[in-house]
Every structure is written in structure tokens, then in C-alpha cells.
Write a protein that binds this ligand. Structure first.
Ligand code: HEC
Length: 129
């Protein structure tokens, strides 16, 4: 490989690295996105509102927050022990009713992949201290 080609592929590698880091999401931007969820959820307290508390939701088994009455659709969805990992959350937040038909979460979903990445980054910081 010629030197210039090497340089080009190295720069491409750098660009890719930066955009991946960006797509990985930022907790600060995610706190802003979370305002859309805040009418129904808190992530900073173990308190249920219209929706269950989202404290520690990343890595939490589906439909298991204490004291919350889930829809039968969400309960059934979690019955085989599914966990809210980042992939599953991303897909859910894009179109909740597509992933869990019959869920009582009446939220159409987030359109922008960046918003989803950011809000998940924020949720990862929302753990019980
Ligand atoms: C209009 C109210 C409302 C809004 C807005 C809303 N949710 Fe929900 N959410 C709910 C309800 C109600 C449930 C319980 C769903 C069920 O039992 O079917 C839920 C469930 C969830 C769950 C599953 C939790 C668990 O314990 O299994 C996640 C994750 C979630 N919401 C994330 C979000 C995020 C992130 C946002 C913002 C982008 C959001 N929700 C916006 C009402 C809402």
C-alpha cells in the first residue's frame, strides 16, 4: 500500500471512530430528550407515575419494577426473561406499539436515532445511588 493510501484509510478510520462515538449518545443531550418521557416516568427516583420508574432500566428485566401494574401485553412480553438491554430499548423507543402490541405506553416513539442513543445514555446514568 502506498503511503498516501495508508493516510487516507487512517483518516477514514478516524472519521468513523468519531461518528460512532457520537452515535453512542450523550447523557447531557439525553436529559433534554427525556423531557418527552417525564410526563409519565421519572428516572431519578424509584417512583411509579403513569409509567413505571425508569431508574436502572438499562439491564433491568422487562415488566419487573416493584409496585407497578403493567399491561398484560408488557407482562407477556417479559415472561421469557427478556432484559431491557440497549438494542431492545432502541427498538422499543422507535415504535413501542410495534414491538409490544397492546402496551399501555401511549407514546408514538422517537424518530431520530440520535435522540434514542442520547436518551439511553442518560438512562444509563439513572441508577440508584
Ligand atoms: C404517555 C405516557 C408515557 C410516555 C410519554 C412515555 N412512557 Fe414509557 N411507559 C408508559 C407506560 C404506561 C408504561 C407501561 C407499559 C405497559 O405496561 O404496557 C411504560 C413503559 C416503559 C418501559 C418499560 C419499563 C419496564 O419496567 O419494563 C420503558 C423502557 C419506557 N416506558 C421508556 C420510556 C421512554 C424512554 C420514554 C421517552 C422517550 C417514555 N417511556 C415515554 C408511559 C409513557
Amino acid at each position: 500500500m502506498s503511503l498516501s493510501l495508508r493516510f487516507v484509510s487512517f483518516s477514514l478510520f478516524l472519521c468513523l471512530g468519531t461518528s460512532l462515538a457520537h452515535a453512542a449518545g450523550g447523557a447531557v443531550a439525553g436529559a433534554q430528550v427525556f423531557r418527552k418521557c417525564g410526563a409519565c416516568h421519572t428516572a431519578t427516583e424509584p417512583m411509579n407515575r403513569v409509567g413505571p420508574s425508569l431508574q436502572g432500566v438499562v439491564g433491568r428485566p422487562v415488566a419487573t419494577f416493584a409496585g407497578y401494574t403493567y399491561s398484560s401485553a408488557m407482562t407477556a412480553f417479559g415472561e421469557d426473561g427478556k432484559v431491557w438491554d440497549e438494542e431492545r430499548l432502541s427498538e422499543y423507543l422507535m415504535a413501542p406499539k410495534a414491538m409490544v402490541p397492546g402496551t399501555k405506553m401511549s407514546f408514538p416513539g422517537l424518530k431520530k436515532p440520535q435522540d434514542i442513543a442520547d436518551v439511553i445514555a442518560y438512562l444509563k446514568t439513572a441508577i440508584a445511588k
